[in-house]
Ligand binder design. Structure first.
Ligand SMILES: [Zn+2]
Length: 316
């Protein structure tokens, strides 16, 4: 994967995101929160790695997107929501043809523990939550309709929300803790909660859900895809971008090139100099290297700018 962006779609470089967890042990059983989160991300990483081999399925999924989802994606390409939808919900006819179930099967032969976790997560639907409080790394979330409460930990740092927001996410259970899913769609504040309530009510009427229906792909196979397509559309209409990537590109996403115009922009990190000016002297180049590393970590492709400034890329 080298300098590629992280398969979790954070937009960050792999080595600054899930990469550090690449070689961490895959654990199961009850664990303290920290190791549980590390292990969870390792699992998600393996999942993303294997899904890269399912390009054909991915392209078929893209081909089948409705016109309205397509037009939303053009305006607001929340790639991570689409990836989440693909892995969990997308199938042609049967729930056991869903990509996440295929990924779990792939691991059956080599790592049964991992396969079992992915299999368990495979049952998770997108559900509406309201953020109630935060304490010691745990967010208390209340289900929008059933009022059932859980305490969940944020899986990725690029997912942000505040108390009072509505969220749409899957909950993944791992090593004795609940975590937010691959994608978290945020609907800020009271207006966010209200629009989520409205949409969920309409869906409930359409699919005859009661406030206590616990959605499962094996039980609600008939409308699982339709329900989640509607939710994807809702996310794309409302969710601020998490990563702006072209859905036509492969699952292994690319970095955004750092724009050339930045070279003549005075930057506080360079003591008010432009990158071009800073490149003229040794101390300026030192500052420039640090600044470029930060840009790398933010997921920008700095190669061209480095080349033009004559700053050698840090070893990776
Ligand atoms: Zn990541």
């Amino acid at each position: 994967m080298g300098a590629a962006t992280c398969p979790c779609q954070s937009g960050r470089l792999f080595r600054h995101c899930c990469g550090p967890f690449a070689e961490s042990p895959m654990l199961s059983g009850e664990l303290p929160l920290g190791p549980a989160k590390t292990s969870l991300r390792r699992h998600l990483l393996e999942m993303a790695r294997v899904s890269e081999d399912m390009q054909e399925l991915w392209f078929t999924c893209l081909d089948h997107l409705s016109e309205s989802i397509r037009s939303h994606l053009e305006r607001n390409p929340t790639q991570q929501a689409l990836m989440d939808h693909f892995l969990w919900d997308w199938f042609k006819k049967y729930s056991d043809a869903r990509p996440i179930v295929r990924v779990a099967r792939y691991f059956d032969a080599t790592d049964l523990r991992l396969a079992n976790h992915l299999d368990g997560w495979g049952l998770a639907p997108w559900e509406p939550w309201v953020v109630k409080s935060y304490r010691n790394g745990l967010w208390r979330l209340e289900h929008l309709t059933s009022r059932r409460e859980i305490e969940a930990t944020a899986t990725f740092e690029h997912h942000r929300w505040e108390i009072g927001d509505a969220l749409l996410t899957r909950i993944l259970h791992h090593a004795g803790h609940d975590f937010t899913g691959l994608h978290v769609a945020r609907f800020p504040g009271q207006s966010g909660v209200r629009s989520m309530q409205k949409r969920w009510k309409a869906l409930g009427e359409r699919f005859r859900l009661t406030s206590h229906t616990r959605l499962r792909p094996d039980i609600h196979n008939e409308f699982w895809l339709a329900l989640h397509e509607d939710l994807l559309e809702f996310i794309l209409e409302n969710d601020p971008k998490t990563a702006t990537l072209d859905p036509e590109l492969s699952l292994n996403s690319i970095t955004v090139p750092l724009e050339d115009t930045v070279m003549v922009k005075p930057l506080p990190e360079l003591a008010g100099q432009t990158p071009k000016q800073a490149a003229q002297n040794e101390f300026g180049r030192h500052r420039l290297r640090k600044w470029l590393e930060t840009q790398d970590a933010l997921g920008y492709d700095t190669r061209q700018v480095r080349h033009r400034l004559g700053i050698v890329e840090a070893s990776r």
